[in-house]
Write a protein that binds this ligand. Sequence first.
Ligand code: SF4
Ligand code: SF4
Length: 482
Amino acid sequence: MAKKREIKEYSTDPAAQQMLIRAESLGIGTAFSRADDMAPCNIGDKGMCCKNCGMGPCRLTKNGDVGICGATLDTIQARNLTRAIAAGAAAHSDHGRGMAMTLKAAANGKAEGYYIRDVAKLRTIAALYDIPIEGRSPEEIANELADLYLAQFGQQEGRVILTKRAPAKRQKRWEETGVIPRGVDREIVECLHRTHIGDDQDATHILQHAVRTSIGDGWGGSLLATDISDILFGTPAPILGQANLGVLKEDYVNVVVHGHEPTLSEMIVAASQMPDIIEYAKAAGAKGVSLSGICCTANEILMRQGVPAAGNFLQQELAILTGAVEAMVVDVQCIMQALVGLAANFHTKIITTSPKVKLKGATHIEFEEEHALTIAKNILKAAIDNYKNRGKIEIPDVREDLIPGFSHEYINYMLGGSYRASFRPLNDAIMSGRIRGVAAIVGCNNPRGQHDYLHTHVARELLKKDVLIVETGCGAIAAAKQ
Ligand code: SF4
Ligand code: SF4
């Protein structure tokens, strides 16, 4: 068993600390206490075990050890990392595939409540690929763009077309090192093939393919997901928002959307503002419906609609611990199985919505684009019906104001204006040394470390050294709460 930590060692966030004290007083476990209870395996922790075939698991403890098949430590570590990259690329890029299918459905009038909000971005993106735009309707252009993007997944030869948008110098380096992805799915499949027993057993060669797969995701599946989210829901621009558990409201029906996809959450935002839903909530004794988000779904609706973020990955359990959440609506990725057991201590309904993700014991209301608005309303009604079951609540009085929405399109406009949109002032500042560069801070938090500390510490140190930062995911929400 690892050492039991003090509450302050769990998190730097006072709202999280308050909820962790509540969890302890109620005798309820969280990811933090489970991390204390279960020390990580010191072999698996360093990627030194292999279970890629039935002769294993092979546990290597030092350099020079080999598995039953003779695989060396560097081969096993490279294979483990590559399999992790394949799984991550599959998850992120599959989200992109879903977005492309939604765009196609919206272009063909088969997605209830969706329409093309950012026609200018659609035309700009389409023109990058020589898709004709003059004299065509947004729907015609969107249909062709959706087909082009969907083709990037199953493509076998050539290159993922979006990689042509990278800086020329970067593309040249990718070409020289042989890491240009051919097709998003192809590279993920090849990761699994190469790392299977008896295949690629040269660590450098394995990792070269891991890089190719990562580029297929970052400059393929994930980039096209961003393009389509902007086209369907609007390119972000600065907007006032709030973050932390204090955004939950005592006298409203609280619905927390959690996961990664904007498709359903955007529709829930729209439905929550409709008069029939507000009336339904009032009839149930609440003032209305208050939406907030957890994880990247939170970021999606925060930067576009100003919907507050209740917290990041490690706050999904803490939001339920307030006792004030009528429903947590989840889609894909970062959803802890522990939510269902935790919610059983309160009245919170856990509602799964993706055909890919079910949790045993949760309510499943499957999301279909054809009936998106109707389904969003049904989910909200289920949450409102649950309001009467609320027990004792404790919402931390902790929230911060923030301004999200600095898309690269907005920064371009901000630095140059409507007529001379440009990154030039930023480039000049970097060239003159006043700003020393731009760093991206990305990624989740981990209960084995102190929640939020690493993200905010790195951000502060970089800012002190005149490095500009851009953030996504849990890091962005950690910064927002400071
Ligand atoms: S499979 Fe790996 S991580 Fe799991 S217990 Fe065995 S050695 Fe540890
Ligand atoms: S692939 Fe080799 S190292 Fe891995 S489990 Fe099988 S025998 Fe062991």
